[in-house]
Design a protein around this ligand. Structure first.
Ligand SMILES: Nc1nc2c(ncn2[C@@H]2O[C@H](COP(=O)(O)OP(=O)(O)OP(=O)(O)O)[C@@H](O)[C@H]2O)c(=O)[nH]1
Length: 982
């Protein structure tokens, strides 16, 4: 235990500090109020004041505070004998007075609360109160026995004329360590609950009925905090030496908050919602704040500091100002101190009352009405509610936050949005992320997995958002697994060039298509079905790589098994590796056909060795890759290969539901002169029937005819059947998904797909100065890339420096390349790749560059003035680019005669076609060559100036600058027309 200070010792002995200081001074020891006292000094003090002490009541030994005994203390603390109380009352020390409040409910249901002092105080008056049906006759007199160790004393509040109670018994409470994590459970303090439900005891001056909880805090330096949230009656007592005290009783029906604060600011809050609340504050130096919102009584006592007592809605507010200098009583009603003010009953009168008392208050005390401009979050809600019993209930409690237990998010989410979603503070989320090792800011995005982790931390299940319905997709139809039947496997043959893919397919077809069927093979449709031991296998007869790449690019996957052809005499080659990778990526099982086994140079073991290096371990080597030695030429091993294919297919349990609307993949498509668009479709699910309305990519139409791989017309095609389809309105692309659907849906989906494709095409279009603004506006362009070419380095630098300075909120300019010299091919390619436009200053593109720029749609802008270039870019970004003009040739005129009149050269002309106007420009063409461009100075017919002359008429034209006009020259008459932006 640390050394005690003078004022503490003084308190212990119930004397004033100056007396102690004086005593020590007599012993030549100079001390101040806050000086600490050593043992020898303590002995002096003890010797002097011990005898002064009146015999105190037997100290109540504090029990060690455990969860169990705290409860016990609450319930079983014995009442202090009246004798002890009387003795205690004599002591002029700080007092916490035991109080009794009697609530009596009359026949009408109205209650009267009588506050009695423990000692018979006949001045105590009953306090009118609001009804509370469940008010019971309760008399609780918590009494604390004084202690002897001097740690906690009670003190009579001096000069307190308005405080009815004169003394309060003390209790000794050894305050447990109040560290941050050890904030006050009411029970963590010493709780004394005495005389519970006792019959009416002698009236207490204060008349407070304290039912179960009485909290005493004794804090030396720290802030005290008593809270009794839900207790019907709560008493919080704070004794704070230096820190601020905070007593709160939130929902209790009756609350008493007592604070004794020496230096710090005190904050006592009385009963918030309860019927009666009493807040007492005793503040020596600091500002005190007593609030009793709805409680009936609020008391504050402030010595020096500014005090604030508020009783906002109380029926009766005892605004209490036993205040010394600098006291301020902020009472809503200007009532004499200690007076009660009746709030009129009845809705109307209360409204009037409220209006009358409405005030412009600042800060947390302002009403929403009084400061309407404040944000709603800032304001305390002022709306009153009424409980069932008619007791006004304040609605100013922070609304209970209902937090979700499950949220759905997309692939990523902004930290702030996520915090909002899970109803947590952003700081909490950021902190959690930090603890998870992610340093993020409020505006950063977190991915789904991270959000899931954070969600877990807060007990929120994070689920992915259901996929948005894509208007460009045909709605999925539920597939009943019971209706599924076994379907033939679809096999793709892949391998390196010349390893014998085509030969192998031919061999299979020849050996396994019956004579009758063979006769039917009249055309190649890109896929065919063979019979092998009574079972069907469908082969995709398209170059393997293309089938894979094109189809996979469109998300199509129609291959079940991949046959990898490797020439036994050549081994693994680059395209073999590629084929393996394709198959692996698609998750398609590989069967290796080691071909050309008939060749003497065939070395299947070498092939196996090479393949095993690529993780394709042959079965006979203990792996799981089936490798079949075959010869497309001698047909050796073909049956084995087919058998293996069927075996793998069986293992895969390939099934499909033939009862669904057809769903398949376009294997090949072409425009046939006679038949229109023809598409080979591999039906994968459902059955395609003549008359079905189908959509494939952006193509759609009704099935007019179906032709199988043998060239026969069929009415329908089931799963794993390749079939040629006629009837589409345009040629689809290989890999497009085909669906049979309702005509309306198919048409609308096709339209949406067309629009989407157009938008994507536009997106892919290269940037041009003319469309910058619209693309910025559409949010497509965030950065304008520019390639700068100029004649000299100085100009390059000047241009670059000026260009990068141009930017607005939506777009930023960046120079991706700059250099001296003509705009060349590589500049254009670079601009194309970077989606940049090219600005040339005093340089031109060479022929090659121009050609590529045209094909790549790269915008090249040549300038002769740097300022113009900068201006144009700036204007383009801001959407203020000068309008574009285009030449419009309006007529053709032939010079028939040249006349000179007083040094003026007049061309006597004949308008051959179109017309000529006096504001037009003239291009002088002689023998097909443009020799000059000039502007019209005057246009006359006979002697009169005219505005225009039509074809077939003669006119006199003088040009502004060009005077070398000759007979038979032709004038091309044109005007510059503004072109509307695209
Ligand atoms: N000796 C022998 N030659 C074969 C065998 N299979 C294919 N060939 C020959 O190998 C050459 C290439 O055969 P293709 O079937 O065209 O090979 P491919 O892999 O389809 O070639 P691409 O279509 O160019 O990729 C042809 O000359 C075939 O005759 C075989 O089993 N034995």
């Amino acid at each position: 235990m640390g050394k005690k200070r003078i004022f503490e010792i003084a308190k212990e002995y119930g004397v004033k500090s100056p007396e102690v200081i004086e005593l020590l001074a007599k012993h030549n020891i100079s001390k101040t109020n806050f000086s600490s006292v050593d043992d020898s000094e303590a002995a002096i003090i003890h010797a002097a004041f011990a005898k002064k002490q009146s015999a105190p009541a037997k100290p109540q030994k504090p029990e060690p505070q455990t969860a169990g005994n705290v409860e016990k203390s609450k319930l079983a603390a014995p009442p202090v004998p009246p004798k002890a109380r009387a003795e205690k009352a004599e002591r002029p020390s700080m007092i916490v007075k035991p109080v009794i409040m009697t609530v009596e409910t009359n026949a009408e249901g109205k209650s009267t609360i009588t506050h009695n002092a423990l000692q018979k105080d006949k001045t105590a008056k009953p306090l009118p109160t609001e009804n509370k049906p469940d008010n019971r006759n309760m008399t609780v007199a918590p009494v604390q026995t004084p202690n002897n160790d001097g740690k906690n004393k009670y003190r009579n509040v001096p000069n307190n004329k308005n405080i009815a109670r004169k003394d309060v018994p003390a209790s000794e409470t050894k305050q447990p360590d109040r560290t941050a994590g050890n904030l006050p459970q009411p029970n963590a303090n010493r709780n004394v609950n005495q005389n519970r439900n006792m019959p009416n005891r002698p009236a207490n001056a204060q008349g407070i009925n304290n039912r179960p909880d009485q909290n005493l805090n004794y804090n030396r330096q720290g802030g005290g905090f008593n809270r009794d949230r839900q207790g019907q009656q709560g008493q919080g007592q704070g004794f704070n030496r230096q820190g601020g005290g905070f007593n709160r009783d939130r929902q209790g029906q009756q609350g008493q908050g007592q604070g004794f604060n020496r230096q710090g600011g005190g904050f006592n809050r009385g009963d918030r919602q309860g019927q009666q609340g009493q807040g007492q504050g005793f503040n020596r130096q600091g500002g005190g704040f007593n609030r009793d919102r709805q409680g009936q009584q609020g008391q504050g006592f402030n010595r020096q500091g500014g005090g604030f007592n508020k009783d906002k809605d109380a029926n009766q507010g005892n605004k209490f100002g036993g205040n010394r200098p600098g006291n301020r009583n902020n009472n809503t009603a200007k009532k004499p101190a200690g007076a009660f003010e009746e709030i009129p009953r009845g809705k109307e009168s209360r409204e009037k009352y409220n209006k009358k008392h409405e005030k412009q208050l600042k800060g947390s005390y302002a009403s929403r009405d009084s400061r309407p401009m404040r944000s709603a979050d800032h304001m305390r809600p002022t709306k009153h509610l009424k409980s069932k019993s008619g007791v006004p209930v304040r609605n100013d409690q922070p609304a209970a936050v209902i937090r979700p237990t499950m949220v759905q998010i997309a692939e990523s989410i902004n930290v702030q949005e996520f915090a909002k979603l899970i109803k947590r503070e952003v700081a909490e989320v950021i902190k959690c992320l930090f603890l998870l090792g992610e340093m993020v800011t409020i505006n950063q995005d977190i991915d789904f997995d991270t959000a899931t982790l954070v969600g877990n931390e807060f007990g929120v299940d994070v689920q992915p958002l259901p996929p948005e319905e894509d208007p460009t997709e045909i709605p999925e139809i539920e597939d009943n697994p019971e209706e599924q039947i076994v379907r033939p496997p679809v096999v793709t043959v892949m391998g390196h060039v010349d390893h014998g893919k085509t030969s192998l397919l031919d061999a299979i077809r020849k050996t396994h298509v019956t004579a009758r069927e063979a006769g039917g093979i009249t055309q190649h449709i890109g896929a065919y079905t063979v019979n092998a031991g009574g079972k069907k296998i469908t082969f995709l007869d398209t170059p393997g790589h293309e089938a894979f790449t094109a189809m996979r690019a469109r998300g199509a996957q129609c291959t079940d098994i991949s046959v990898l052809v490797v020439a036994a005499d050549d081994g693994v080659m680059p395209q073999t590796v590629e084929a393996i990778n394709h198959s692996k990526a698609a998750g398609v099982p590989i069967i290796v056909a080691i071909n050309k086994m008939d060749k003497p140079a065939a070395n299947p073991e070498h092939v196996k060795k090479q393949l095993s290096e690529m993780e394709l371990i042959p079965e006979d080597w203990g792996g799981d890759t089936i490798m079949v030695p075959v010869s497309a030429r001698s047909h050796q091993g073909i049956d084995d290969l087919l058998e293996m294919i069927l075996l793998v297919a069986e293992v895969k349990e390939l099934k499909a539901n033939p009862k669904l609307p057809a769903h398949g993949t376009i294997v090949e498509a072409k425009l046939d002169k006679g038949r229109g668009p023809v598409a080979t479709v591999l039906v994968q699910r459902g059955t395609l029937t003549i008359g079905d309305y189908i959509i494939a990519g952006t193509a759609h139409g009704r099935v007019r005819a179906l032709i199988n791989d043998r060239g026969e017309k069929v009415r329908k095609a089931g799963p794993s059947t390749p079939v040629e389809v006629l009837g589409l309105n345009e040629v689809p692309q290989a890999g497009d998904i085909l669906d049979a659907a309702d005509e309306k849906i198919a048409r609308s989906v096709a339209e949406k797909r067309i629009a989407k494709a157009k938008a994507e095409q536009q997106k892919a279009a290269k940037v041009s100065l003319d469309d910058i603004f619209s693309r910025i506006k559409e949010g497509e362009l965030k950065e304008l890339n520019i390639v700068v070419k100029a004649d000299v380095q100085g100009s390059v630098e000047a241009l670059c420096a000026s260009l990068v300075k141009i930017q607005n909120e939506e777009v930023k300019v960046s120079v991706v390349h700059s250099g001296v010299g003509a705009i060349n091919e590589s500049d254009v390619m670079l601009a194309s790749a970077a989606n940049a436009l090219i600005i040339g200053f005093n340089v031109r593109p060479d022929a090659n560059a121009r050609k590529i720029a045209e094909s790549e749609k790269v915008d090249i802008r040549p300038y002769r003035v740097i300022y113009d270039a900068i201006n144009d870019v700036e204007a383009a970004i801001k959407g203020m680019l000068a309008p574009k003009f285009e030449e419009d040739v309006i007529g053709r005129v032939e010079v028939r005669q040249v006349i000179t009149i007083s040094k003026m050269l007049i061309a006597g002309c004949y308008v051959i076609e179109g017309k000529v106007t006096n504001n037009a420009k003239i291009r002088v063409v002689r023998d097909g060559i443009v020799i000059a461009e000039d502007e019209m100075e005057s246009l006359r017919r006979f002697k009169d100036d005219v505005k225009e002359v039509a074809a077939g008429y003669e006119c006199g034209i003088t040009l502004a600058k060009f005077h070398d006009i000759k007979e038979n020259d032709q004038f091309e008459v044109y005007i510059m027309k503004e072109v509307a932006p695209e």
